[in-house]
Design a protein around this ligand. Structure first.
Ligand code: SD4
Length: 304
């Protein structure tokens, strides 16, 4: 039994390709990388890969990570500028005993030496949005604005699991800022004995609860992926409220070793895609805790 789940509507096409790979016997890792690569390559998605929105200095600085749930090894890149597919660099780094998490110039040099494709990741649309923001706000990040990471979790026919994330982080972030997405335990975690989890939303908040590790810990204790997501989210939100803070923007996904999935969110609607034996469908989780159900693209009009 194979299964795959990914954040946001934008992963749908890539996830169908990843799902087809799994059905053909490919590994969970290959399915994750195939799915994330498709999102990175599409300039229509302004929060991941090519076409991602820039930092305050006008550079598109990308973060990505990959984790192998069989070996618990991981790889990641942070703040890379010209790497066409950061997820592929992260995957190549996964498996190294040392130097598996690289940032900036060292990560770019690694990608060049590994023969990965390099390109200028800035699109005209992204630079226009950046110029407008610079004019309007004198380059200051004022708030999280729905800037969305692609996170993919997969289970293959051999029972192996993998997780991947890729993002341009926050629009107008400070150059050098790193969010949760390449940080193990916060943006992602995968141990195929218990399951996998990943997060999207404001990284500064997600890291405060190490949410992905927290979810997998709950699954290890026998909690379902859905309840593990809901419980981990509720615990952080409650703690934030005790500090006088609002819930913020956090959405979570999880996948169990038997192919069951779950999600939870602080948003009115959090779209995600999931595929198993019955094919791929879009779903929506809601902050009001109403049951997750399949939705059509039309119902998700205006959602990322
Ligand atoms: C970050 N978590 O860099 C990312 C941004 C994002 O959905 O997901 N958004 O903080």
């Amino acid at each position: 039994m194979s299964a795959i789940i990914g954040t946001w509507k934008m992963c749908y096409d890539g996830l169908c390709a990843g799902h087809a790979l799994l059905a053909g016997g490919a590994s969970a890792g290959d399915a994750v990388v195939r799915t994330v690569t498709a999102v990175e390559d599409d300039p229509a998605y302004t929060s991941v890969g090519y076409g991602g929105l820039p930092a305050s200095d006008g550079r598109v600085l990308l973060d990505a990570a990959f984790m192998d749930g069989h070996t618990l090894r991981l790889g990641g890149v942070m703040g890379v500028e010209n790497v066409r597919n950061p997820i592929q660099a992260a995957r190549l780094l996964c498996g190294r005993e040392t130097n598996c998490l690289l940032c900036g110039r060292g990560a770019e040099q690694f990608a060049v030496e590994a023969g990965l494709k390099m390109r200028d990741m800035r699109t005209e649309n992204a630079m226009r949005r950046w110029r407008e923001a610079v004019q309007q706000e004198a380059g200051r990040l004022t708030a999280y604005r729905g800037h969305d990471t692609v996170c993919v979790l997969a289970l293959d026919g051999e029972g192996r699991m993998a997780a991947g994330t890729s993002t341009s982080g926050l629009f107008m972030k400070a150059p050098g800022r790193v969010g949760d997405s390449p940080i193990v335990g916060s943006g992602f975690y995968c141990d195929e004995r218990y399951g996998a989890a990943a997060a999207t939303g404001l990284g500064e908040d997600i890291m405060r609860g190490c949410l992905s590790y927290e979810i997998v810990s709950r699954m290890r204790a026998g909690v379902s992926p859905a309840d593990a997501c809901a419980g981990a989210l509720a615990a952080l939100v409650e703690r934030k409220r005790s500090l006088g803070e609002d819930a913020g923007s956090i959405s979570l996904i999880a996948l169990s070793p038997s192919g069951a999935y779950g999600a939870a969110t602080t948003l009115p609607v959090f779209p995600f895609a999931a595929g198993g034996a019955d094919g791929v469908a879009l779903y929506a989780a809601r902050a009001d805790g109403s049951p997750i159900r399949a939705v059509t693209v039309a119902e998700l009009e205006g959602e990322p």
